[in-house]
Write a protein that binds this ligand. Structure first.
Ligand code: HEC
Length: 92
């Protein structure tokens, strides 16, 4: 969880997304990542599984061609931590 949050802060996801656990900035360019567990498809394109989510947060255009979210500088391990953090948000 904490490593995921650290990676999210380092790469600046919140510039474009509202993310619980981060007060500022609360970007509006991308969708809110609150209640992310409940959606069926990531970015309306791929099934919402831990593997797909990790791949998407690392390199969205590779997972969803034409996605407006840019690839992010995350290692494979960090992208899994980020996915775990996002899935954990509903427990709060
Ligand atoms: C430059 C702005 C920008 C940054 C930075 C950014 N995103 Fe995104 N993100 C977007 C946009 C725009 C979309 C919608 C993409 C689409 O529909 O193809 C998106 C979509 C998503 C989705 C899918 C949401 C859904 O409801 O299906 C997730 C999850 C996500 N981003 C996580 C992250 C994470 C984690 C980071 C940091 C590692 C991050 N984003 C950084 C702009 C951004």
């Amino acid at each position: 969880m904490e490593r995921g949050l650290a990676a999210i802060e380092r790469t600046g996801c919140a510039a474009c997304h509202e993310i619980p656990g981060i007060d500022w900035p609360e970007g509006r360019l991308g969708p809110s990542l609150r209640g992310f567990d409940d959606i069926g498809l990531i970015a309306g394109a791929v099934p919402n599984t831990p593997e797909n989510l990790a791949a998407f947060v690392r390199n969205a255009p590779a997972v969803k061609p034409g996605s407006t979210m840019p690839a992010m500088p995350l290692s494979e391990e960090e992208s899994r931590d980020v996915a775990a953090y996002l899935y954990g948000l509903d427990d709060e």
